[in-house]
Write a protein that binds this ligand. Structure first.
Ligand SMILES: Cc1cc2nc3c(=O)[nH]c(=O)nc-3n(C[C@H](O)[C@H](O)[C@H](O)COP(=O)(O)OP(=O)(O)OC[C@H]3O[C@@H](n4cnc5c(N)ncnc54)[C@H](O)[C@@H]3O)c2cc1C
Length: 314
């Protein structure tokens, strides 16, 4: 077989049924100059892939507020990317959050990722403030009242760790979308079947908005395990075995990580997924490789030929 990329192979395999894949990237605000250099080199490398938007995290408890705003302003001023700042309820008054949203709008921001947010680690369980937005659904309503933002919200294929049960969590997601959110971006997961089952449950609950899988390329395995524990994401035993013994072997680890993530997106593409959100951790290499396998090339807004669908997403 002549060399071809994943997109061409799959599109061909499904008799030319090809569609456009879109991607978006998450970055976090850097804490110091070396971290800023790492971030900007990742931005430079990934920007030519023309992501639909780049989302910028808001630290736990709103702790990166100023750095998030600075990064958003710089992205607006110095790049052609579309920044989508994350905004959280935790630790802020309603009026403060509305003011931030208004100043974002005035600066040209048109897309916000609306979240309840996590409290600062060690500060105990989340407790809504009486003068704040209690949950993400309330923030979505608040943002809608400020301006006509595009709004993304969070979704949890493996159920949010604090949810009463899976049904309550699904009801909450539907409430956020019914309140005016445009799409849901999922927490990361590793087994594509988890996402596909969740998508079915969303469809059965009447959710029609796009459900975008959040993909975490595994840069460092121990760090990923910490994230997974906090997020309530399961790590299959076979994935642990695959990274076993590679702690000091960066090159092999990177190859394994790329191969795994490419097979993950390949499976999702076959099931009709057309949009992916990458948790880049401010690193370009793995995300770039996965996007390349998806058929994305510098200078194209969407992949030229995209995996054909076995079944449609919604
Ligand atoms: C794509 C994505 C990006 C993220 N970015 C950030 C970030 O930048 N900064 C950050 O701090 N965190 C971030 N997080 C983490 C997120 O803030 C946490 O998972 C947080 O604990 C929940 O946020 P949410 O918006 O999903 O909350 P919500 O949708 O409000 O839900 C939170 C929990 O409360 C429950 N719930 C909802 N309404 C009620 C109610 N009325 N009564 C009782 N329970 C209720 C829900 O079932 C759920 O268990 C992100 C998560 C994702 C998936």
């Amino acid at each position: 077989m002549p060399p071809s990329d994943l997109a061409d192979r799959l599109a061909g395999a499904h008799h030319g049924l090809s569609r456009a894949v879109r991607v978006s990237f998450e970055f976090f605000p850097p804490t110091d100059e070396p971290a800023a250099q790492t971030l900007w080199s990742a931005v430079q490398r990934l920007a030519p892939l023309a992501p639909r938007f780049v989302s910028i995290t808001y630290g736990a408890g709103g702790s990166t507020r100023d750095r998030t705003h600075q990064l958003v302003r710089r992205l607006l001023g110095d790049t052609s990317l579309t920044p989508a700042p994350h905004l959280t309820c935790v630790g802020s008054e309603r009026a403060q959050i509305e003011q931030i949203a208004r100043s974002y709008w005035d600066a040209g921001v048109r897309h916000i990722v609306a979240l309840r947010g996590d409290p600062v680690p060690g500060s105990g369980a989340y407790c809504p403030r009486p003068d704040g937005f209690p949950f993400a659904v309330d923030l979505v309503r608040g943002l809608r009242a400020v301006a006509d933002f595009e709004i993304s919200v969070a979704a949890y294929p493996e159920v949010h760790p604090e949810a009463r049960d899976a049904q309550a969590d699904l009801d909450n997601l539907k409430a956020k979308l019914d309140a005016g959110a445009d799409r849901a971006i999922t927490q990361f997961f590793f087994d594509p079947a988890l996402f596909l089952r969740f998508r079915e449950r969303c469809a059965a609950a009447g959710i029609r908005a796009p459900l975008v899988p959040g993909i975490l390329p595994i840069t460092r395995f121990p760090q990923m395990l910490r994230f997974a524990e906090r997020a309530g994401a399961s790590v299959p035993a076979w994935l642990r075995r695959r990274f076993d013994g590679l702690e000091d072997d960066t090159d092999t680890r990177r190859l394994i990580a790329a191969a795994f993530a490419i097979s993950q997106v390949e499976t999702l593409c076959r099931e009709g997924v057309e949009e992916f959100h990458f948790y880049t951790l401010n690193r370009a290499e793995l995300t770039y490789a996965i996007c390349h396998a998806l058929g994305l090339r510098p200078g194209t807004a969407t992949a030229p030929a995209v995996p054909g669908a076995l079944s449609s997403q919604r």
